[in-house]
Design a protein around this ligand. Structure first.
Ligand SMILES: Cc1cc2nc3c(=O)[nH]c(=O)nc-3n(C[C@H](O)[C@H](O)[C@H](O)COP(=O)(O)OP(=O)(O)OC[C@H]3O[C@@H](n4cnc5c(N)ncnc54)[C@H](O)[C@@H]3O)c2cc1C
Length: 401
């Protein structure tokens, strides 16, 4: 086998999973990381509960990705069941939440990361932090900046797992794009995904910023309706439902400068039922009639924002508005504030083993690849799976030389 010294750059979930697979196969692995410690975005992902994967059947699971054909072979080899087994092997039990999402029992990423790093250390994986990759020297060495100046590192095989471009303070700043583009690697520009969108609310809505809009469904154009929760903010709107729709919303914003998000504020009753519930009765105030029909708080405020006062007792008009509530989104939140990034190294730039066609023996994995998915455990699953797949690619390519 030819690969003697494997360098992995980027110690997020993708890079560490590549190190896991390679070290388990007895390979000598060095991991280089720009930040003073590893897995910072992974730890951040664990702050609100680490949703590591999802329990739904593979046929549904794979449809969440924008490039299911590309990701299927990777996720087939490292699916939710294997992620659960891998965690268990590290002594980290998990559970399936009511929505089918899977979490470690302790919810946080830190205990899992600690055990994972300890296993990698036992297998001889060396981790070098504060090493920022700057590209290649003319002689083909990897070039890093460190606290002690520039360092050149020789590598038989390299796996790049440098992340996307969101939350740059956690390490993945997308600086690799210009390095690889200069080598002729085809890259789709990095764009915010799973992000909030801008809306110009009237001052009347201010008192509702930060309050959740619960049990609503939403859609964009012809795309499938999604159910979930959204939150109105000073800049616009965010939350699980908006993130789930961020791909079609982003496409509309890029195409026409704005996007139309439609909400069904009461998805569990029909428009006809709502008209009946909203019919004025006796001395009941408008507020009371609306509240009893399910339109109170943020939902009622939205109706008032949209409809002129002289329609507030028109049951048909209110019901139509509540069942197809239009919100014009005027832009995306910056990539810095997005949970993940779309875009990255294009499938065409890679071999089936995730090796760069232009740079033999350099592989790529994780969020830096050009795929996109909603939150719900799909991001981490694809990062683990592509990290493992790139590592197996290294083993296969090495075995044939
Ligand atoms: C707030 C938040 C919550 C999230 N919650 C979830 C969740 O619940 N479930 C889910 O599935 N996903 C979640 N995600 C997304 C998930 O964390 C990412 O998709 C995942 O961490 C990406 O893994 P990665 O290994 O590809 O990249 P990263 O985790 O970004 O790791 C890349 C590493 O490469 C290093 N690096 C970058 N450039 C260089 C360089 N030039 N030299 C050396 N090192 C470099 C970085 O410092 C970083 O450590 C969340 C993200 C955020 C921001």
């Amino acid at each position: 086998m030819k690969a003697k010294h494997i360098v992995i750059i980027g110690a997020g979930p993708a890079g560490l999973m590549a190190a896991d697979v390679l070290s388990a196969s007895g390979m000598s692995v060095d991991v280089y990381e720009a930040k003073p410690s590893v897995g910072r975005k992974f730890l951040m992902a664990g702050k609100g509960g680490l949703n590591i994967t999802h329990s739904e059947p593979m046929s549904d699971f794979i449809r969440r990705y924008d490039k299911p054909d590309w990701l299927k072979p990777m996720i087939d080899e490292f699916d939710a069941q294997r992620i659960v087994a891998w965690m268990e092997n590290l002594g980290v039990p998990s559970f399936v939440g009511s929505s089918g999402r899977i979490f470690p029992t302790q919810m946080k990423a830190a205990p899992l990361l600690r055990r994972w790093l300890s296993q990698l250390k036992k297998r001889g994986v060396r981790v070098y932090c504060r090493h920022t990759w700057q590209g290649f020297t003319d002689e083909g060495y990897l070039r890093f900046t460190t606290m002690d100046g520039e360092k050149r590192v020789a590598s038989d095989t390299t796996i790049l797992a440098l992340g996307g471009g969101s939350w740059a303070s956690l390490g993945s700043d997308g600086a690799w794009v210009s390095i690889l583009a200069a080598k002729g690697v085809a890259i789709t520009p990095l764009l915010p995904s799973n992000c909030g969108f801008k809306v110009t609310w009237s001052p009347f809505m201010q008192s509702h910023f930060g309050k959740p809009l619960k049990n609503v469904s939403g859609w964009v154009g012809e795309c499938e309706k999604k159910e979930g929760e959204a939150v109105l903010t000073t800049y616009g709107i965010e939350g699980g439902l908006v993130y789930a729709l961020s791909r079609p919303l982003r496409e509309e914003v890029l195409e026409q400068g704005f996007a139309m998000l439609y909400l069904d504020l009461l998805p569990h009753i029909s428009e006809e039922q709502l008209v009946l519930r909203l019919a004025p009765s006796g001395k009941q105030s408008t507020d009371n009639t609306w509240r009893k029909a399910g339109l109170d708080g943020v939902k009622a405020a939205l109706i008032r924002e949209e409809l002129p006062k002289n329609r507030w007792s028109d049951a048909s008009c209110i019901a139509a508005c509540a069942k197809k509530y239009p919100i014009q989104l005027t832009g995306m939140q910056p990539i810095e504030e997005a949970i993940s990034t779309a875009g990255g190294v294009m499938r065409e730039a890679l071999t089936e083993h995730l090796m760069l066609c232009n740079l033999p023996n350099v592989f790529c994995a994780g969020e830096m690849l050009d795929w996109d998915a909603p939150t719900g455990g799909y991001l981490l699953t694809a990062c683990f799976a592509s990290g493992a797949y790139a590592a197996k690619g290294v083993l296969k390519v090495s075995a044939t030389h």
